[in-house]
Design a protein around this ligand. Structure first.
Ligand SMILES: [Ca+2]
Length: 129
């Protein structure tokens, strides 16, 4: 679990994945304003609505990039049946979501990542700005 102090009225949570040649599974992403811990600011954080609310990009055109998956026999969701899986090879690809923030408020992010270690495995979790 990490905390973030907002400096603007909007913020973006960015996941960057690379795994040669294995997979990451991401599920149950949440972002809470510590002054209002009842509202998850991340839409579709459990991926149960499929491919909505999230923005996927693969600017370096890696193969085995990320996608929402449902009932895949090779993946196991942490909640429900949907999960995001990503095996981007040689380069990173990105999954992000933008949400509204209040400057000065502190936010806490949490998520579940399951992975198999490959030759090169890296995941970066970044907040912007
Ligand atoms: Ca799920």
């Amino acid at each position: 679990m990490h905390t973030y102090t907002a400096i603007d009225t909007i913020a973006k949570l960015i996941f960057a994945f690379r795994n040669d040649a294995q997979w990451y599974l991401l599920d149950d992403v949440s972002m809470y304003d510590l002054r209002n811990v009842t509202v998850n600011l991340i839409q579709n954080g459990n991926f149960e609505q499929g491919n909505v609310s999230w923005k996927y990009s693969t600017p370096f055109h890696g193969v085995y990039g990320g996608e929402m998956q449902n009932y895949d026999p090779y993946v196991q969701a942490h909640s429900g049946t949907w999960v995001y899986s990503d095996g981007s090879m040689n380069v990173q690809d990105f999954l992000s979501q933008t949400f509204l923030t209040t400057p000065g408020h502190n936010y806490t992010v949490s998520y579940y990542i399951i992975y198999q270690i490959g030759i090169t495995s890296e995941v970066n979790v970044t907040m912007w700005p």
